[in-house]
Design a protein around this ligand. Structure first.
Ligand code: PLP
Length: 380
């Protein structure tokens, strides 16, 4: 039953070796920039590649500012802090996400509230959110409060799963209505758009990741993107040990973090960003090929970009008939040297988050039992 799929994937990658889920693609330009950073001796906390990557990334995404960081998790932690999340607050997010989303909330000593996802986006569901807020929240002063816990709902974090955009228009409307700041976890969705607007640019701030398994990578890295100059300035300050500008004195005016992206990584990031459009075109080609392959097949559905959206197809996904079939597919492909993966365990099922408040998570559970990610690297 899965033989044709295995043949299709092996033909696409033209190899009989192990096929990973997602590996980076490096070319001569990547080597050139990294060597240049080494030759300059500026490999660490400051350097021209850091400034250049921040400028180039902001320009690419059409936002005013980008502040780059050591990884995406750190970027999300700081973005939440700057959106106003404080100890004892609550932050709304989806249960279907990578653990970093929930952890970044916890690092701010806040607790997540898990709200269901849409089946057609895999991201935070505006209808479920509206229902939750209508039943559980009240406005006090300018903030929204949770009537059950008495805590402030300080932010919401929609996440664009596998690069497929959430319903941001509706989510932003709700957020405005309830005065809840939005921080987009766009770690998986660089290059994805709703109409012509990039994911990560809808809320107060957005967060990207350049980890090794993402669409483009600099080894490890992240970014906070925003149109708010004051927030960007604060982000830069807080992620660079909160050092006050002075020619020689070490003065730090608050407890900052050493979350900056090293110049060595930024050099690789600059090179990767120059290749992003080519990588996106190649990823789109693979998604189209998968789509054509699965349109002939009745035992599962290929997950396509939501209407009106362009997805970067970071990880290609299929939705199988049920959990048993999901497990069969996982076993058969992995046994034959083709790496496939189920989606993450729901955050609300993890030990450290299982006591957190949650809505009805029926779509998240349904998807959890059926999603399988397929090899998604671009060909060399
Ligand atoms: C990768 C990822 C992150 C964090 O990125 P790192 O750079 O690995 O810290 C955050 N959220 C989601 C949804 C991710 O997939």
């Amino acid at each position: 039953m899965y033989k044709d799929l295995i043949t299709f994937i092996r033909d696409w990658y033209q190899t009989d070796q192990f096929i990973p889920l997602h590996e980076p693609r490096f070319k001569e330009i990547d080597r050139e920039y990294v060597l240049d950073a080494i030759d300059s001796t500026f490999v660490s906390s400051v350097g021209e590649y850091v400034n250049r990557f921040e400028r180039d990334l902001a320009a690419y995404l059409g936002v005013k500012r980008a502040v780059v960081t050591v990884n995406g998790t750190a970027a999300l932690q700081v973005a939440l802090n700057l959106a106003g999340v404080k100890a004892g607050d609550e932050v709304i997010t989806q249960p279907l996400t990578f653990v970093a989303t929930a952890n970044a909330i916890a690092y701010n000593n806040a607790s997540p509230i898990f709200i269901d996802v849409n089946r057609d986006t895999l991201g935070l569901c505006p209808d479920a959110l509206e229902q939750f807020l209508d039943q559980n929240a009240e406005k006090r002063g300018t903030s929204a409060f949770n009537k059950t816990t008495g805590k402030r709902i300080a932010a919401m974090v929609p996440m664009h799963t596998f690069g497929h955009p959430c319903k941001m228009g509706q989510l932003i409307d709700l957020a405005d209505q309830w005065n809840i700041p939005v921080v987009e976890d766009a770690a998986e969705s660089i290059g994805s758009k709703i109409l012509t607007r990039h994911c990560g640019t809808f809320g107060k701030a957005g967060v990207l990741s350049f980890n090794g398994n993402k669409t483009i990578t600099c080894g490890g890295g992240g970014a906070i993107i925003t149109n708010d100059d004051a927030l960007a300035d604060r982000a830069k300050h807080l992620t660079t040990t909160a050092k006050v500008n002075h020619p020689w004195e070490y003065v730090h005016d608050e407890v900052g973090y050493n979350y900056r992206m090293p110049n060595l990584n930024a050099a690789l990031a600059c090179a990767q960003l120059e290749q992003l459009d080519g990588i996106l075109a190649d990823k789109c080609m693979l998604a189209n090929a998968y789509n054509a392959f699965f349109s002939e097949i009745d035992w599962c559905d290929f997950f396509k970009e939501p209407d009106g959206c362009t997805s970067n197809y970071w990880l290609n996904a299929v939705i199988t008939l049920d959990k048993k079939q999901r497990d069969d597919l996982l076993k058969t492909t992995n046994d034959s040297g083709i790496m496939t993966r189920p989606i993450w365990q729901l955050m609300s099922d993890l030990e450290m988050y299982k006591e957190c408040q949650k809505g009805d998570l029926k779509n998240a559970r349904w998807l959890h039992d059926r999603i399988v990610n397929l090899p998604s690297s671009v060909r060399v």
